[in-house]
Design a protein around this ligand. Structure first.
Ligand code: COA
Length: 260
């Protein structure tokens, strides 16, 4: 029986989405790309979900790339469509109104690293290997990897990883700023859930504003970005949670955020 490409489990306010094609090291074929897009649409709409954790069925791979078998005989037009399908899904993840954490439990190669990079935070097992090996297949990254790595870690790192195609370990990825944290593999899940639960306790509308200003500001000139920040700063004052947060500080108590 064909297994579904995703497993989706809610752990309180944290939705864990797992790419589940273990026999193919969780490679992203068209069906998985579409399923991921739908899963992130659902997670965005689900009122009780505050944070999303994205991972792959382990322990070997997070996601070992786009599905090479599916790609090998694409026409140029189909290849462009495949790229757009992946890019649209990853842009959906990047513009999620709630934080998305990539729990990188193993190989994050090609489309796998591209998927991790469109998440807002990345936490990697010390055993993980991350890279963009497309060049070794005679290809280039097609799900936004060249552009997101450039923006995340700068031109030198982007060119090194793209041109050599050699993966880096988690410690080097941390040094390059590609991941936020590298932890012992045995602690990956606990550390990720701790981070997710901490985020789940923050004011959701403030987090939504932060995700929005960082995404928009990263893509426009500084004066425009600052103006946008001021507009969003004003908007957050329309929320009950902003009143609650500031009052709770003055009253020396813990705030209770209600997502209003
Ligand atoms: N697309 C499709 N299938 C893939 C895949 C991918 N990106 N990555 C792994 N698989 C499949 C293998 O073909 C194999 O399937 P099979 O058992 O039916 O032959 C299975 O997953 C296990 O992979 P295997 O290569 O046997 O594991 P390994 O431990 O020897 O090597 C990797 C692990 C990750 C080093 C190796 O699988 C690899 O290099 N994968 C491709 C990485 C890549 O280039 N990604 C970018 C694509 S653009």
């Amino acid at each position: 029986m064909t297994e579904p490409p995703l497993q989706i489990v809610d752990r309180g306010p944290v939705r864990v989405i797992t790419v589940h094609r273990p026999d193919k090291l969780n490679a992203l074929d068209r069906a998985t790309l579409s399923a991921l897009h739908r899963a992130f649409d659902d997670a965005a709409d689900a009122a009780d979900v505050r944070v999303v954790v994205l991972t792959g069925t382990g322990p070997k791979a997070f996601v070992a790339g786009a599905d090479i078998a599916e790609m090998s005989d694409l026409s140029p037009a189909d290849a462009r469509e495949f790229s757009l399908l992946g890019q649209r899904m990853m842009r959906r993840v990047e513009r999620m109104p709630k934080p998305v954490i990539a729990m990188v439990n193993g190989f994050a190669l090609g489309g796998g690293l591209e998927l991790a990079m469109c998440c807002h935070l990345r936490i990697a097992a010390d055993t993980a290997k991350l890279g963009l090996p497309e060049v070794t297949l005679g290809l280039i990254p097609g799900f936004g990897g060249s552009q997101r790595l450039l923006r995340l870690a700068g031109r030198a790192a982007a060119l090194e990883l793209c041109l050599l195609g050699a993966p880096v370990d988690a410690a080097r990825a941390l040094q390059l700023g590609i991941v936020n944290r590298a932890v012992p593999a045995a602690e990956l899940e606990t550390e990720t859930m701790r981070l997710a639960e901490r985020l789940a306790g923050q004011a959701p509308l403030a987090m939504r504003g932060i995700l929005d200003v960082v995404a928009v500001g990263g893509e426009c000139a500084i004066d425009e970005a600052l103006e946008y920040e001021s507009a969003q700063f004003g908007l957050v004052f329309s929320t009950e949670d902003a009143r609650e947060g500031t009052r709770a500080f003055l009253e020396r108590r813990k705030p209770v955020f209600r997502n209003r």
